[in-house]
Design a protein around this ligand. Structure first.
Ligand code: AMP
Length: 289
């Protein structure tokens, strides 16, 4: 299969924990493709766009150098590879949430960053760890390892670690506690400063944003006495303003509003307490706002 030089390129992780959610997101945005036998790229079926399947570590540099126009990658890797100023951060994608942390054994005397002076640490993000300790003026011996950073203390290889943490369960299972959070990360869409096709880049961004908004919001419909509409709008203000229509009984109105999915139950409770009735919540599959 041939990669046309002028065709827009979207780089997605070919492996790792961001692979599956990245592929689901682009498919939900109507970017469909048929990938042949683990090939390195595929052409989208309904857009003039090539999807590149590459190692997550390579994505920031590929986009910074313009070999790819768009990329889906952890924000932490963009920072680790020193690409933050060389790419545009276009969208937060709301998956792959994690934080880069310094952690030490629960029972050790290491309770804060200064206690690490002269100690040996294993880490998964060497450059990010190095600049953190430089900023804090604490001299440490940093050794980069790939995978299973948490077990290195138990194996006697290090006094503490710097690693990506999601829930903290793995740290706890290994008798470690976070003593400092270096940075927070999530998956992001990044773009090259000079995309091959700026219009198509914009379309892909709007499609992804539409899917993300639809995932984060639901649509709420309810009836409310007009006299209480202002209070109801304070509880659920919507994106710009709710859509309000008259009911046959003009003392009442019908309201349609988008609300954050995570808060929907509390919002419904509050609207009910205010006197709303016929409250219906429905899923949004896609949207453009
Ligand atoms: P991979 O190492 O390819 O599985 O992907 C790692 C990426 O997933 C990182 O660059 C982070 O952006 C993200 N991530 C989210 N949670 C974690 C975690 N607990 N450990 C490692 N990476 C995580």
């Amino acid at each position: 299969m041939h990669l046309e030089p002028n065709v827009m390129r979207l780089a997605v992780p070919s492996k790792g924990r961001l692979q599956e959610p990245a592929e689901s997101l682009i498919k939900a945005a109507g970017i469909k493709y048929r990938r042949r036998d683990r090939s390195l790229f595929a052409h989208a079926t309904s857009l003039d766009l090539a999807i590149l399947f590459v190692r997550p570590d390579d994505i920031p540099v590929l986009v910074a150098e313009g070999a790819a126009d768009l990329g889906i990658v952890g924000q932490d890797l963009v920072h680790e590879h020193g690409c933050e100023k060389r790419v545009e951060k276009l969208l937060d994608l709301d998956f792959g949430h994690c934080r880069l942390c310094v952690a030490a054994p629960d029972r050790s005397r290491i309770k804060k960053v200064k206690d690490l002076a002269g100690k040996k640490l294993v880490c998964s993000m060497l450059q990010s760890a190095r600049s953190f300790f430089k900023k804090h003026k604490v001299r440490v011996d940093l050794v980069e390892v790939s995978g299973s950073v948490e077990v290195m203390v138990a194996l006697g290889l290090a006094d503490a670690i710097v690693d990506l943490v999601e829930s903290g369960d793995t740290l706890r299972d290994n008798g470690l506690s976070v003593i400092e959070t270096i940075s927070h990360s999530q998956a992001v869409l990044i773009g090259s400063k000079q995309p091959r096709d700026a219009a198509l880049s914009g379309l892909v961004q709007r499609r992804l944003k539409g899917v993300l908004t639809a995932q984060q919001y639901t649509l709420l419909e309810y009836n409310i006495p007009r006299a209480r509409l202002k209070d109801a709008e304070k509880i659920a203000p919507g994106f710009e303003s709710p859509t309000v229509s008259d009911l046959e009984d003009l003392k009442w109105c019908a309201v349609k509003v988008m609300i954050p999915k995570k808060k929907s139950v509390e919002i419904i409770d509050q609207l009910e307490a205010l006197g709303a009735s016929a409250i219906l919540e429905t899923q949004i599959l896609n949207c453009r706002l």
